[in-house]
Design a protein around this ligand. Structure first.
Ligand code: UTP
Length: 300
């Protein structure tokens, strides 16, 4: 199967974003800006660059700003054209895309696994990519992480292939952590023996954290159906992948390449870090931000 046999991406954006309150009280966290764009725009651009042109958003209440963001806005275009504001008009180019957007609603945010379950009809029997709407992959060549994941997925015949990043041992409790097969060569795709969601401090099987990008075959839906909700009543996707493994399916992992980094904006600490890094690297405003920061650093 060639890589471009995978054309569908699912972007879950239905979570409540409670850790970012009050910023997310009435707006989706996926629409918070990082640098000059909302987070979810980076995610969509990454999918398009990887050749994934059928994109399903799993949305929920208070998320309509996401639909509006990816829709054309003829009135705004008319206004900017009349004012000869061509530079600003260019900022809307992202809406002219070959991708087709689909939307489905997860009325109650019962966890990431439940959100992915909402994609069942959309994907049918095809393999598909899941990209978390609150996480940016930066510094990869355009769309390259997803391409590598899809290639590895197809070559290995796995039912699931996850992107992985090394995290500090003291941070493993925040993530889904995998146990690579013994002797696995982390330089390429490797098999995973087990997975655990947010392991208790000191009990993580490795420091390899699932990094917000996945490729699945349709078998994941059977595993999701068997997934038991956690103490908070949420169905964790990591638990579903664990079940997939226990059902005898192959699960693989692929580490981010050197220079690639995942930014998730789930809490204020990671959001601030993401915003600063993107602002500092901004082509147009980065220089000014760097100068300001240098001045400021002297006062700290
Ligand atoms: P998170 O678990 O980080 O998001 O999900 P959350 O539930 O919104 O966060 P808090 O704990 O309340 O602050 C990662 C991604 O999965 C989506 C979220 O929208 C986010 O983009 N998600 C999460 C869903 O679509 N549905 C869910 O039930 C949970």
């Amino acid at each position: 199967m060639p890589v471009q046999a995978i054309l569908k991406a699912v972007i879950p954006v239905a979570g409540m974003g409670t850790r970012l309150l009050p910023a997310t009280k009435s707006q989706p966290k996926e629409m918070l800006p990082v640098g000059r764009r909302p987070v979810v725009q980076y995610v969509v651009e990454e999918m398009e660059q990887a050749g994934l042109n059928q994109i399903l958003f799993v949305t929920g209440r208070k998320k309509s700003a996401i639909e509006d963001h990816f829709d054309a806005d003829p009135e705004l275009v008319r206004l900017l054209s009349a004012a000869d504001s061509y530079t600003l008009l260019e900022e809307l180019d992202y809406t002219e895309t070959d991708a087709t957007f689909f939307y489905t609603r997860q009325s109650t945010p019962l966890g990431l696994a439940d959100a992915v379950r909402h994609a069942k009809r959309f994907v049918g029997d095809e393999p598909f990519v899941v990209a978390l709407g609150d996480s940016i992959i930066r510094n990869g060549r355009e769309g390259s992480l997803c391409r590598s994941l899809m290639e590895a997925h197809i070559a290995s015949g796995a039912a699931c292939t996850v992107a992985l990043e090394q995290v500090a041992p003291e941070d493993t409790y925040r993530y889904g952590i995998v146990a690579p097969q013994s002797g696995a060569d982390l330089a390429g795709a490797f098999e995973i023996d087990d997975l655990v969601e947010k392991p208790a401090p000191g009990s993580a099987p490795s420091n390899l954290a699932i990094a917000a990008r996945y490729v699945f075959g349709p078998a994941i839906f059977d595993a999701i159906d068997r997934t038991v909700p956690d103490r908070k009543g949420e169905m964790q996707l990591t638990d579903s992948i664990r079940l997939l493994k226990q059902m005898g399916e192959k699960v693989c992992g692929l580490c981010l390449s050197e220079g690639e980094r995942r930014y998730d904006i789930g809490n204020f600490e990671s959001y601030f870090t993401a915003f600063m890094d993107f602002a500092l690297a901004d082509e147009k405003y980065g220089y000014m931000v760097r100068q300001y920061l240098k001045r400021k650093a002297r006062e700290l």
